[in-house]
Design a protein around this ligand. Structure first.
Ligand code: AMP
Length: 539
């Protein structure tokens, strides 16, 4: 077993250099090409002064160039930070400020965003810029230090590494309740441990053709990348634009002859609602996996009835515990739409614990807080020991501070047969269209606009594929004309579109509870009951 993520890929490049590693639209990259290009990039980065532990952010859509960039950064002993190319500059600024990258590597698609990013704050100007796209990066505030054409000047031979498996491989920024995204630090060992288990459990082989669907700033994407490239299989990058067209997603699975599909459930739900899966469709498909949120049973039944030749697995886990911590392969198509699918049992090297407020195990069948321990646990949040210590705590009853458990914020129960069930969140974190969102982050952005006297963001469950719908209740500032569309326009500058409320309600005063706090329960009920009524504007 290799210990660094890039070594998993190198081993396959030595075994099968001519085998296709990456497929994206008409573009293909072999294992040999991937290996050589990333070696060249690593040398270039080292020569440019990058040292072990330096952060290197990248603003490149999911393409072969992005995967070469990731491996090049790892091979330079550095830590990669994927930036969401569809995020507004204001949010990316917070991430750049937090992780202080030595380089930002971009492609032409991210150029105007990068230009906006570099326009303000002298601190960020220290960041160097490289270009890995085929086209040119231009902008008034951008000075490009190197481009993809320079790679040819560097040797493609293997390098020696200083990193060890306990060093950070990447930092993934997730929504933060106080308005600042949280950087989850993930080590090489965190990922390799999961990959080792998953490749064995799913029996991933060089003949596999595997989807790469989630965006690179979402931790699920690391399973696709390293699970595929450590098995000598082909990674088929799903073009983002297909996400809006369910029949094209189905066509992609068909024509790429995928053997494995992995995504958040909302994508599968969307495809089921559009009824794009035929009986016995996708004959090459062997496995369908989901993670990140509940896959409602009715669309699961839709998929299982149509694809009796496919195995279906529910993976559960937060970014802080790396990709997934538990799994459940559904043994047969549920007969009843009300059947609840468990999150199953712990993956190798991990444990799930359901504890009460005193950190004591609850009895089987009782609801408690879900904690995770084991090999997937992140060392913590980037430069935020306080936040880290609030959720990564020492296991009760042990003297070893390294024996930690992570409080997921999820509610769960374990039943007599040892299976765990997910029962919702204990806080205001939600999943909408598969994205992890802290409602507090939206509220902070809304308050910062100075357009409202009072505002609150709540979420309600919908039957639709979006999962939770984000609802905004607001009291406009006196003498200011505030409408849902003016709020939306202003919020667009601070938040990515997946965080935008889809339901709005105007109030003269927000409802309060006995303590004088905004009564969010009442607000949720109002939104729930007034869905579709005239009092509510839906944009
Ligand atoms: P993320 O860090 O984006 O992976 O989000 C982690 C959170 O997503 C978990 O704490 C759960 O609330 C939710 N989650 C992840 N996987 C599942 C699943 N299979 N079923 C239900 N909820 C899930």
């Amino acid at each position: 077993m290799s210990h660094l993520l890039q070594e998993l890929v190198t081993r396959q490049a030595e075994l099968r250099p001519d085998q296709t590693a990456l497929v994206f639209k008409q573009e293909k990259l072999s294992y040999g090409e991937l290996e050589e290009s990333s070696n060249r990039l690593a040398r270039l980065l080292r020569e440019a002064g990058c040292r072990k532990g330096d952060r290197i952010a990248f603003l490149i859509p999911k393409t072969p160039a992005a995967i070469v960039t990731i491996l090049g950064i790892l091979k330079a002993d550095c830590v990669y930070v994927p930036l969401d190319t569809s995020s507004p500059a204001a949010r990316l600024e917070k991430i750049i400020d937090a992780c202080e990258p030595r380089f930002v590597i971009a492609s032409e698609t991210g150029a105007s965003l990068l230009d906006q990013l570099m326009a303000s704050e002298p601190r960020r100007l220290k960041t160097l810029i490289g270009s890995m796209g085929a086209g040119k990066i231009e902008g008034n505030n951008i000075q490009v230090q190197f481009s993809r054409n320079d790679l040819g000047d560097y040797s493609g031979e293997p390098l020696d590494y200083q990193n060890t498996e306990s060093d950070a491989a990447h930092i993934l920024f997730t929504s933060g309740s106080t308005g600042v995204p949280k950087g989850v630090v993930i080590t090489h060992a965190n990922v390799t441990n999961f990959i080792e288990w998953a490749v064995r459990y799913f029996d991933t082989r060089p003949s596999d053709r595997i989807s790469s669907h989630p965006p690179l700033h979402f931790d699920l994407s690391t399973y696709d990348i390293y699970g595929t490239l450590s098995s000598g299989a082909q990674l088929h990058i799903v073009p983002t634009e297909l996400n809006l067209v369910p029949h094209k997603l189905a066509e992609f699975i068909r024509t790429s002859e995928l053997t494995q599909w992995f995504s958040v459930p909302s994508v599968l739900n969307f495809m089921a609602k559009a009824d794009v899966v035929k009986q016995g469709d996708f004959p090459a498909l062997e496995r369908l996996l989901w993670c990140g949120e509940v896959f409602p049973t009715p669309p699961l039944i839709y998929w299982m009835q149509r694809l009796p030749h496919v195995s279906f697995t529910n993976l559960y886990g937060p970014t802080e515990a790396t990709i997934a911590s538990s799994y459940y392969t559904v043994p047969e198509c549920p007969k009843d739409e009300l059947t609840q699918i468990p999150i199953g049992t712990a993956c190798q090297g991990e444990a799930l614990l359901v504890l009460d407020e005193q950190l004591q195990p609850v009895a089987p069948g009782e609801i408690g807080d879900l904690y995770i321990s084991g090999v997937g646990l992140s060392p913590g949040y980037w430069l935020d020991p306080e936040k880290t210590d609030s959720v990564f705590i020492q296991r009760p009853g042990t003297a070893d501070p390294a024996d930690r458990i992570y409080k997921t914020g999820d509610l769960a129960k374990i039943v007599e047969d040892g299976l765990f069930y997910y029962l919702g969140r204990a806080d205001s974190q939600i999943k909408s269209r598969g994205y992890r969102i802290e409602l507090g982050e939206i509220e902070t952005a809304l308050n910062a606009l100075n357009m409202t006297e009072e505002c609150a963001i709540v979420a309600i469950d919908t039957e639709g594929f979006e999962g939770a719908a984000i609802c905004c209740a607001f009291v406009p500032l006196k003498d200011v004309e505030v409408t849902p569309s003016s709020l939306r326009m202003a919020m667009n500058k601070a938040l990515p579109s997946y965080m935008m409320p889809s339901r709005w309600m105007h109030f003269d005063r927000l409802p309060k509870n006995a303590n004088g706090k905004i009564d969010r329960k009442v607000l949720r009920e109002r939104f729930q009951s007034e869905v579709g009524s005239a009092a509510q504007s839906k944009l």
